[in-house]
Design a protein around this ligand. Structure first.
Ligand SMILES: [Zn+2]
Length: 69
C-alpha cells in the first residue's frame, strides 16, 4: 500500500498590515501576509469603518433627498 505523506509545514510569523497584530501559524508557505485579521475585521470588532465622504448608501440617500426637494 502506498503511504500518503503530509506536506512539510513550518511555523510562519504573520503580521496584519492593517493593525500590526502578529501571530504564528503552521503553513506550507514560507511567508504569509494578511490585509485584515480577526483583531481588526469589522465582523469581529463590530465597528463599522466609514470612508471619508460617507458610504455609498449615505451618498445615495443625500442625492435622493435633493431630487425629492
Ligand atoms: Zn488586523
Amino acid at each position: 500500500m502506498k503511504t500518503l505523506k503530509h506536506p512539510e509545514t513550518q511555523l510562519v510569523d504573520v503580521i496584519c498590515a492593517t493593525c500590526g497584530t502578529a501571530f504564528t501559524i503552521r503553513s506550507t508557505a514560507g511567508s504569509v501576509s494578511v490585509d485584515v485579521c480577526s483583531n481588526c475585521h469589522p465582523a469581529y470588532t463590530g465597528v463599522q469603518h466609514s470612508a471619508a465622504g460617507g458610504s455609498r448608501i449615505e451618498r445615495f440617500n443625500r442625492r435622493r433627498a435633493l431630487a425629492a426637494a
